[in-house]
Design a protein around this ligand. Structure first.
Ligand SMILES: [Fe+2]
Length: 195
């Protein structure tokens, strides 16, 4: 499907005045990703990461955290867009998809801030990241059952400051959520083999 066939993506202006696509729903974002050439395997991957993101979103609402839910959801859909250009990185390690995904999205009218998640989900340790960018990286880790203490720590620290809660109090509450998401990693990995 060519991009021109997706009629309902609205156009917005970014802070510099350039035209950018304003995705209203995750479904629109999936369609757009497919129009760029995403394989079924890539779509399935981002949907499985989306399942982990949904669980994180519920917990964040429960904790009354302020965050940009739409960015988080769209970031999850687009974070691996570069694997359209580097399909081998769907099965093997490699990070060429990170900068190339960002370039691909920018060349196709995606907002700069959103396109950045292609790099930041893999390079958050060396970049200045928003909470939402860190959440994309976390969903992309937890979905397969992996825990990353450093990443989780950065997020818990931010949330503790934002919610004005004690770090350990928050840690206890949220660590069990991370563990519950990770504990289904094997079944998601199995399902990821279906495409
Ligand atoms: Fe991913």
């Amino acid at each position: 499907m060519k991009d021109g066939r997706i009629k309902n993506i609205k156009i917005d202006r970014d802070p510099e005045g350039s035209q950018v696509k304003a995705f209203q729903t995750v479904h629109e974002a999936y369609q757009f990703l497919q129009s760029l050439g995403a394989s079924q395997k890539l779509i399935l991957h981002v949907k499985l990461v989306g399942e982990a993101a949904d669980l994180l979103i519920s917990k964040l609402h429960e904790l009354r955290v302020r965050f940009d839910e739409k960015y988080f959801r769209l970031g999850v859909v687009f974070h691996d867009a570069g694997k359209i250009l580097h399909p081998e990185e769907l099965n093997a390690k490699g990070n060429n998809h990170e900068p190339d995904g960002e370039k691909l999205l920018l060349a196709n009218g995606v907002d700069r801030k959103l396109a950045r998640c292609c790099r930041s989900h893999g390079r958050w340790q060396t970049m200045e990241c928003s909470l939402e960018e860190l959440l994309v990286a976390l969903a992309d880790t937890l979905w397969k059952g992996k825990r990353d203490r450093q990443l989780e720590d950065s997020i818990v620290n931010r949330l503790a400051t934002q919610c004005n809660k004690d770090y350990w109090e928050l840690f206890v509450e949220i660590d069990s959520c991370f563990e519950a998401i990770a504990s289904d990693g094997d079944s998601r990995l199995l399902r990821s083999q279906a495409a």
